[in-house]
Design a protein around this ligand. Structure first.
Ligand code: NAD
Length: 499
């Protein structure tokens, strides 16, 4: 049922996945194999291959397999260190196939090959190893208590952290394989089983991962992968009574829908959602670092990073100099094929996303903003959009309020630092921020005042698996990574005994 691939660049160097879904330990066709989705190369608009659009029945089979595995004596009795070894084995296989996976990811997503290899694949391998280590470090507490009974001294209590159960992982298209591991690795490490649904825009690397999971010898049902549409497969996962937790990364609108649906059955949720993160440049910043830093904060990955520095707040005394520098970088960025080593920015993920970005910029210009650089979609195949700097923006403009998720930054001039903090926090989002200054004391004091899950000082978009990651306000609920991941994938259980 998988259509043969149509011609795309470098296809002979790229090993495509079979397209089969991972269900109960086996790579299989879904019940309705005739329903497929085209995987599109965003750099050319060409079709790479077709993969399956699963239905509700496939979701049911996947969740039931995950539940069977979860309840099995083998899974419950598996030593934590051996769950960690499953992740370590998968890390070795990803490492073995790293170049091939990077090419597949770049083809399917338009991400620059060099960056995909250096960042996305490294993050995937590191993420597997990081969480492999956590599997054997799950710990509860001994509780010192005084129960209201005649002989309190003969009572003892302790807590355990028990796995939450079957987890549904739902991922977006901007970091496909990394996001898949961000859900799978902690779920397995903390003793859950998982059903993963990748974005319908970028399912190929996750399908390859499924093949490697089989090769790594994971127990049947521990990890299941179903592809398909969000409104069908994603929604069925969210509604399934055996799913105990949703680990979701994606847009705020979908996150809100998921939280509402999850409330009906009190499913646990971790929601990593959108952002409108400020990059704040103080008058004493080292501009040689700050200018490329804030430009990279928005233009990396074509602006398709949830923490992108999409609002640039610059002190009036250096505004013109910073803007000139950022506009020069924007105008010199070379757009092109993700496989060309000279390319500095690839396409956006889809025609729809390119049109959305273009529409938001047009609306900004209508509302009175001006394009200091870019503001156009180049005439060429693929879904490209020029790096864009908007000036003359006001707080109520749509470009200032909404996440654009493209290479578009809104530049704002402020007069004093108190203003900068007020503007930075004047957004429904609260994912991240960066502060650029040589005065490190002031940087720390300002960091306290920013309402966001992550604040970077003199850098931006640096993720560390040991640091909790997530957002405040409309940017989400809960945190991933670090010790917070243990809270997210386990439930505390109190055990009380009478001696
Ligand atoms: P999206 O919300 O459209 O889709 C994300 C996933 O949800 C996809 O797999 C999709 O199929 C699925 N989905 C869609 N409707 C659903 C439904 N009703 N029920 C269940 N699942 C459903 O997001 P996107 O466009 O793929 O990704 C871009 C967004 O992701 C941006 O807003 C970005 O900021 C955000 N993002 C956030 C983080 C973070 O960690 N905070 C990281 C990356 C991306």
């Amino acid at each position: 049922a998988i259509a043969p691939p149509v011609t795309v660049p470098n296809l002979n160097e790229i090993s495509l996945p079979s397209g089969l879904i991972l269900l109960d330990g086996r790579l299989v066709e879904p019940l309705r194999p005739d329903r497929t989705i085209a995987a599109i190369d965003p750099a050319t608009g060409g079709t790479i291959m077709h993969f399956h659009a699963c239905g509700v029945e496939d979701v049911n089979r996947a969740v039931e397999a995950a539940q069977r595995c979860y309840e099995s004596d083998a899974w419950q009795g598996m030593r934590p260190i051996d769950r960690g070894r499953l992740l370590e084995r998968l890390a070795l296989l990803v490492e073995r196939d790293r170049e091939e996976l990077a090419r597949l990811e770049s083809l399917d997503s338009g991400k620059l090959l060099a960056v995909t290899n250096a960042i996305d694949l490294q993050f995937t391998i590191d993420g597997l190893r990081y969480f492999a280590g956590w599997a054997s470090k799950i710990a509860g507490e001994y509780v010192s208590h005084s129960p209201l009974v005649p002989e309190p001294a003969i009572y003892r209590a302790y807590t355990q952290r028990r796995p939450v159960g079957v987890v549904a992982g739902i991922t977006p298209w901007n970091f496909p394989i990394g996001q898949a591991i961000q859900k799978i690795a902690p779920a397995i490490a903390f003793g859950c089983t998982v059903v993963l649904k990748p974005s319908e825009e970028t399912s190929l690397s996750t399908l390859r991962l499924g093949e490697l999971i089989v090769e790594a010898g994971f127990p049947a049902g521990a990890v299941n992968i179903v592809t398909g549409y969000g409104a069908e497969v994603g929604a069925a996962l969210v509604d399934h009574p055996l799913v105990r937790k949703i680990a979701f990364t994606g847009s705020t609108a979908t996150g809100q829908r998921i939280m509402e649906a999850a409330a009906r059955s009190m499913k646990r949720v971790t929601l990593e959602l959108g952002g409108k993160s400020p990059a704040i440049v103080l008058p004493d910043a080292d501009l040689e670092r700050a200018i490329p830093g804030v430009a990279g904060a928005i233009f990396a990955n074509s602006g398709q990073i949830c923490t992108a520095g999409s609002r640039l707040l610059v002190h009036a005394s250096i505004f013109d100099e910073v803007l000139a520098g950022v506009c020069r970088i924007a105008s010199e960025i070379k757009l092109g094929s993700p496989f060309d080593a000279q390319t500095q920015m690839g396409p956006l993920i889809s025609a729809r996303q390119r049109d959305r970005v273009a529409g938001l910029v047009a609306q900004g210009l209508d509302e009175g903003a001006s394009a200091l650089s870019g503001g156009t979609a180049p005439e060429r195949d693929g879904w490209f959009y020029a790096p864009t700097v908007l000036g003359g923006v006001e707080r109520d403009m749509t470009v200032m309020r909404e996440e654009i998720f493209g290479p578009v930054v809104c530049a704002v001039r402020y007069d004093d630092v108190a203003d900068a903090v007020r503007i930075a926090n004047d957004t429904p989002f609260g994912l991240a921020a960066s502060i650029w200054t040589r005065d490190i004391d002031r940087a720390h004091l300002l960091a306290d005042r920013i309402d966001a899950g992550t604040v970077w000082l003199n850098t931006h978009n640096v993720l560390d698996l040991a640091m909790p990651f997530g957002g405040n306000k409309l940017s989400g609920v809960g945190r991933e990574f670090g010790s917070e991941a243990m809270q997210a994938f386990t439930e505390p259980k109190a055990v009380c005994m009478r001696l």
